[in-house]
Design a protein around this ligand. Sequence first.
Ligand code: NAD
Ligand code: MG
Length: 352
Amino acid sequence: MTPAPARRLVLLGATGSIGAQTLDVLTRYPDIARVHGLAVGGSRPRLVVEQVLAHRPEHLVVSEPERAGAVSDAVGAACREAGIPAPRLEYGQAAVTELAGSLGPGDVVLNAITGSVGLLPTLAVLASGARLALANKESLVVGGDLVTREAAPGQILPVDSEHTAIAQALAGVRPEQVDHLVVTASGGPFRGRTRDQLADIDPEQALAHPTWAMGPVITTNSATLVNKALEVIEACFLFDLPEDRVEVVVHPQSIVHSMATLIDGSTIAQASPPDMRHAIGWALAHPEKLPGLAAALDFSTAQSWTFEPVDETTFPAISLARAAHREGRGAMAAYNAANEEAAAAFLAGRIR
Ligand code: NAD
Ligand code: MG
């Protein structure tokens, strides 16, 4: 048996879409890191059991206290049956933040929590000196100034296909050589519709994303283009640019994940079939490359990649977010908070 790697990993939001794909990447590339701790919401105790048996974390945190009992019972019984020590279990939001900050330089924390509740864990990771693989874009939207001030150069590696793409496009490029960034958007399930045609959309229609399988909130945000709006702000903070130097273009095939246009007129793009394991593996292994991480493009069959402007009349989310970024201070937090409430109300069937 090969010895366990020295590098430790804490995964926040382990049972979500990004969380589960992260553990999938670690199963295939066990040398990246050993799983030190998992934080989960607690709504999927059986998946937590599978993850604990497969990855043997020392720590397990359930963020929702009322779900901790069920998770604890299920994990305890499964570990007894398997004859392995159970992870130390804690619960509550403060325990998530404590776990997030419990590692140090050389280790990595992947924050795949949904929503602004991910901000305090993000700040805790940055203070600890560990690498922050950041899927929780809301951290940057609500606390961009704070987060970028706390981050050491290179400490944050984005786990968002667009920003992972831009980071790769900018490898070897100096900041003053960048003219602008071009963030691609699939356009979501309602591309081509008018506002009137969207009046009676229900959650099931909004959750049918054409190219990506993701958690319910980000999928809803993709249908409204709020996700792209959050990503414009995310790009401004990650790459230190004003919003008018971050363009958005609709690219329905989701193959070109984003681009950077340089001052000499050259545009550098990163392209691969849509698969978040690419972004996850990039952020965990950087600067190494994981062989065979995800399928590569296959040009033996004909394909076309198309690009079109955003319909800002039907989808005002991006221009609103730009205004919030120009305004600064609390405006972006207010934008995100309004959206978190609206998305929750829509998914619960309370608003159209
Ligand atoms: P998801 O809803 O599938 O998973 C989020 C998980 O976090 C859930 O399992 C939930 O139980 C857990 N959780 C909630 N609050 C928690 C807390 N306080 N502590 C620990 N766990 C908590 O969402 P997702 O699609 O995996 O997205 C996660 C984040 O990654 C979001 O910010 C999203 O915008 C971003 N992101 C996702 C994708 C994707 O492909 N899914 C791509 C890019 C970025
Ligand atoms: Mg994205």
